[in-house]
Design a protein around this ligand. Structure first.
Ligand SMILES: [Cu+2]
Length: 301
């Protein structure tokens, strides 16, 4: 039983699943059929006298052996496919996955980083996963694979994509307020196209370094630049704005200036904007990166 899905792993999981479901449905139909048949055939009106059923060794052997074979086949398909899914081939392309509240970061062999997982079609890919804060779980429903990302530990997944396309990535371990925003995509590309993308060195000629930093540091998981509020306030028009903040539990109104922006990145718990949860982690940035981010935030009118 071979099922082709968007990845080799999807096919494996699907064949085990379909075998178990199909066997169960067939057995259910047979058992239900005989139940109804006996209900009619041995109804009291037709059979006022009870009959003694004689034992049948042949029948007992049949109804012991057949289910045993079926259950062992279920185990066999489950085991063989599980073993296949847990053991990536040696030539698999390694990609580091870093999960953090509340974004995914994918890091390639040449140091290139991306917030979407780009992979070539028809090549085995090994994801080497960890977390920077709490337990997350990487789930690619279309590929039927899922694994936890645990701080201080390396876990892995692998797959070989069959079709070009874009597939969803979810976090399936409740990891805090931004959990439902922790989304990404797998983009399966033509091998040539992937090579070109992979070869362009990280950060070469970005449209805007500030915008790229916001993306790379995971800021955009909770803040937008278009005026809508997410987990945190929007960046649009932030510079020069008057905001009410809670400083050590006390309310005060301040004007957003450079100092405030820098403090909010390095010590997010110092001033919490009123109406938002105090959940932002301190963001590791170099002083150069800090200047670039603040300069960029000033332009978001
Ligand atoms: Cu998560």
């Amino acid at each position: 039983m071979i099922f082709l899905g968007p990845s080799n792993t999807a096919g494996k999981v699907e064949s085990a699943f379909v075998f178990i479901v199909a066997t169960s449905v067939i057995l259910l139909a047979i058992i239900t059929f005989f139940m109804i048949l006996f209900l009619i055939k041995y109804n009291k009106k037709r059979h006022p006298q009870h009959e003694t059923v004689k034992e049948s060794t042949a029948l007992e052997i049949i109804w012991t052996v057949i289910p045993t074979i079926l259950v062992l086949l279920m185990f066999y398909f489950g085991w063989v496919n599980f073993d296949f899914i847990r053991n990536p081939p040696k030539n698999a392309i390694p990609i580091n996955v870093i999960a953090r509240q509340w974004t995914w970061l994918f890091e390639y062999e040449n140091g290139k980083q991306s917030d979407v997982l780009r992979v070539p079609v028809g090549k085995p890919i090994k994801l080497i996963m960890t977390s920077q804060d709490v337990i997350h779980s990487l789930f690619i429903p279309a590929f039927r694979i899922k694994e936890d990302c645990v701080p201080g530990m390396k876990t892995h997944l692998w797959f070989n994509a069959n079709d070009i396309g874009t597939y969803d990535i979810f976090c399936t371990e409740y990891c805090g307020v931004g959990h439902s925003h922790m989304l990404s995509k797998v983009v399966v590309m033509q091998a040539k196209e992937f090579e070109n993308w992979f070869a362009t060195v990280a950060g070469a000629a970005p449209v805007n370094i500030g915008a790229k930093l916001l993306q790379d540091k995971g800021c955009l998981a909770c803040h937008t630049t278009d005026g809508t509020a997410k987990v945190g306030p929007t960046f649009k028009g932030i510079f020069g704005k008057m905001v009410t903040v809670l400083t050590k539990g006390k309310e005060r109104v301040i004007k957003v200036d450079e100092d405030y922006l820098k403090r909010s990145i390095l010590q997010p718990e110092a001033d919490i904007v009123k109406g938002y949860p105090p959940v932002m982690p301190a963001i590791p940035v170099t002083s150069q990166e800090l200047e670039t981010i603040v300069d960029f935030l000033k332009t978001l009118k």
